[in-house]
Write a protein that binds this ligand. Structure first.
Ligand code: NAD
Length: 481
């Protein structure tokens, strides 16, 4: 089946679609082929001021509307996402690289989240305090105000949906800055909301030079909350900018997912789940399993069988159904993974499979082979920095305490995974691991109804679930006599 890049790349401000005319542009590249898909307009300072003014008006308008209206828009957008799934998924695959089946799952993730929030907005209750007769003390939940939201390129549909859904559900307005590398996906999600009746002032969408856009928006007193998904370094930088205006923040930053596989685990099941989870989106996932600590009795078998399965994965253009892993999203990623591999080999790791570029269907694409490194020393750079690529790192451990020490060794704390058939051990693991999300005998650690977020350097605040909606609200106590 042939696919076209069927989306129009514009800025969207106050109901107007602003084109490249008179603006700098960014070329959007298909990572599977290196071809240019389209040119994206970048916002000027005047455009950003206009978006801020629109957000101020949009907030006044939207916060006054009943929960019913917000619910109807979110439910309608959810239905439209499902109706348009084939077209939207093709846009995401062409600009980001992931296989179509994964892009469709991401459309469904966005639709599920809008559906969940459409129901949850009816439950944004406050409470009444027990006070003497003739007095009334109310605790109210109110929308925080206009939100500035910055999204990365790895989940170009799901991430904008998270940020739009929470802000719109809570009664906020929002200025969305999706990743310039995968802009059409975010525009398609926004279009579903607009087509479902979202007033034009409530959400704007801008692109630009990320540092310029975030400095401009965060300097404005109009913005009351910043939501960011991306690297730890950029997250910390934005937190500093937000502090100047005492703006609230939700930060979903990097991870370095530890996996603890005990020798009583169901190894075949663990392999089935973990190989698929590791190479999903070519490993460019913040909750990707990264450091595999495997108990010594099963270590050699685990490395051998994991590597054999990884080597068999069909890598190529994500638009073609036979491919299980696509290219990396941009040329920076294969460069980074190549550097991590070279450094790990220098300090004593061994390659069990992969370890080099290629394996794809087009020499101009940003492909890297599914890679497994075994016996990786702790001092290897990749054991300490988030690799964000198709690379699994394996080390043996002896005891439960060793495994916990390894899991908690790094400053990250986003997602962790454990495989054991011992119920008591599973219970202790859940308590002992410092991580925002833990999967025990499962790799499913997210869902529309479940909080998604990290601890330590991996950030703070949760997205999704009731927590995601409440993160766009503030609390007010009103005492009346
Ligand atoms: P990067 O850190 O420069 O960019 C990450 C994202 O942040 C991009 O979408 C970018 O547009 C945005 N960004 C960068 N600077 C910004 C700024 N000053 N203001 C607002 N937004 C800004 O580099 P990269 O090469 O895209 O990614 C590098 C690393 O980032 C990856 O290796 C990974 O560790 C991490 N990352 C994490 C996630 C995640 O889901 N948590 C997503 C993408 C990247």
């Amino acid at each position: 089946m042939a696919h076209d890049y069927r989306t129009a790349l514009n800025l969207y401000i106050d109901g107007e679609r602003l084109t490249v005319a008179g603006r700098s542009v960014h070329r959007v590249i298909n990572p599977a082929t290196g071809d240019t898909l389209a040119e994206l307009p970048l916002a000027t300072a005047q455009d950003l001021d206009r978006a801020l003014d629109t957000a101020a008006r949009g907030y006044r308008l939207w916060r006054a509307r009943p929960a019913h209206d917000r619910s109807r828009v979110l439910a309608g957008a959810s239905q439209l996402l499902r109706q348009r799934i084939d077209q939207i998924a093709a846009v995401a695959t062409m600009e980001q690289g992931k296989p179509l089946v994964e892009a469709k799952a991401e459309v469904n993730m966005a639709a599920n989240l809008f559906e969940f929030y459409a129901a949850e907005v009816h439950r944004l209750y406050g409470r009444v305090l027990v006070r003497p007769a003739g007095t009334l003390s109310r605790v109210m939940k109110e929308p925080v105000g206009p939100v500035a939201a910055f999204c990365p390129w790895n989940f170009p549909l799901g991430n904008p949906a998270r940020k739009l859904g929470a802000a719109i559900g809570a009664g906020c307005s929002i200025i969305l800055k999706p990743a310039e590398e995968a802009p059409g996906s975010a525009i398609e999600v926004l279009n579903c909301l607009l087509d479902a009746g979202l007033p034009k002032e409530v959400a704007s969408c801008v692109f630009g030079v990320p540092d310029q856009v975030s400095r401009h928006l965060l300097a404005s007193p109009i913005i009351r909350k910043v939501s960011f998904t991306g690297s730890v370094a950029v997250g910390k930088h934005l937190m500093k900018l937000a502090a100047d205006g005492a703006k609230r923040t939700t930060m979903e930053l990097g991870g370095h997912g530890p996996v603890l596989v005990f020798d009583d685990a169901d190894v075949d099941r663990a392999l089935d789940l973990l190989v698929a989870h590791k190479f999903r989106n070519a490993g460019q996932v913040c909750i990707s399993p990264t450091r595999f600590h495997v108990q010594e009795g099963i270590y050699e078998r685990f490395v051998k069988e994991f590597s054999a399965r990884a080597a068999k994965l069909a890598v190529g253009n994500g638009l073609e159904a036979q491919h299980q892993m696509g290219p990396m999203a941009n040329p920076r990623r294969p460069d980074a993974i190549e550097g991590f591999v070279a450094n790990a080999l220098k300090v004593g790791a061994r390659i069990a499979t992969g370890g080099e570029r290629g394996g794809g269907t087009n020499d101009n694409g940003f492909f890297f082979r599914p890679t497994v490194l075994a016996d990786v020393p702790l001092e290897a750079r990749v054991m300490n920095e988030e690799p964000f690529g198709p690379i699994a790192l394996m080390r043996p451990f002896k005891t439960f305490d060793d495994a916990i020490e390894q899991a908690n060794r790094l400053p990250f704390g986003l997602a962790a995974y454990c495989f054991t058939e011992n119920g008591r051990r599973a219970l202790l693991l859940g308590d002992a691991i410092e991580s925002g999300m833990i999967g025990i005998n499962t790799t499913v650690v997210a869902g529309a109804d479940s909080p998604f977020g990290g601890v330590k350097d991996s950030g703070h605040g949760s997205e999704d679930g009731p927590e995601g909606l409440r993160a766009c609200m503030v609390t007010k106590a009103i005492h009346q006599a």
